[in-house]
Design a protein around this ligand. Sequence first.
Ligand SMILES: Nc1nc2c(c(=O)[nH]1)N[C@H]1C(S)=C(S)[C@@H](COP(=O)(O)O)O[C@H]1N2
Ligand SMILES: [Mo]
Length: 204
Amino acid sequence: MFKAYKKQDDQNSAAEAGRVPPGQYVTDKFPVLHYGNVPSYPDVEQNWDLRVWGELETTTRLSFAEFRALPTVEIVTDIHCVTRWSKLDTRWGGIRFSDFLQAIPALLPTATHVIAHCEYGFTANVPLEVLLHPDALLAYTYEGEELTPEHGYPLRLLTPGKYFWKSAKWLRGLEFLSHDKLGFWERYGYNNHADPWKEERYAE
Ligand SMILES: Nc1nc2c(c(=O)[nH]1)N[C@H]1C(S)=C(S)[C@@H](COP(=O)(O)O)O[C@H]1N2
Ligand SMILES: [Mo]
């Protein structure tokens, strides 16, 4: 065990020191990881929308065109998968989550958590405060290009400071809750807090 960690540490260049959480190694590849199939959208304008419901004044639904008309930003961040690969300086574009909140009906003061609902019933739970970080995006470009189908086209969540499983691909809905509720991987034994710096990989 100790030797394996030591070896990985040696592989990381000095420039990366302090940017790679414990037990992670850096890769230049962009692995694809998910449960189940990759959805396809032959006519995305017709076959895709984003629903928003729960602890807010009214439920709403944005069409593809309405969603893509919202103002966008680009951010550069490091991503850390619980299976131990990390990728540094990844560039993502999309709508900042906090800007998105300005474009939808007002949240109720009771809202504390968000469930990302994805194609085929996949879910991920995230505290609202994590999504108020400026790096939290509803992302649809990667390195300046539209997301590829396997990386989440037409929309994924980007959840800063958490293992990458909370960055839910193929997002179709956001549910605001007044309490926490476990998502898909969290129910399968992943740690609900998912902080890579604390190695919160699995539930106790
Ligand atoms: N809808 C959906 N999103 C998902 C997953 C999934 O199974 N379904 N897996 C998560 C996991 S475990 C990881 S590591 C990342 C991987 O994203 P990538 O394939 O773009 O590298 O997606 C996350 N988002
Ligand atoms: Mo993952």
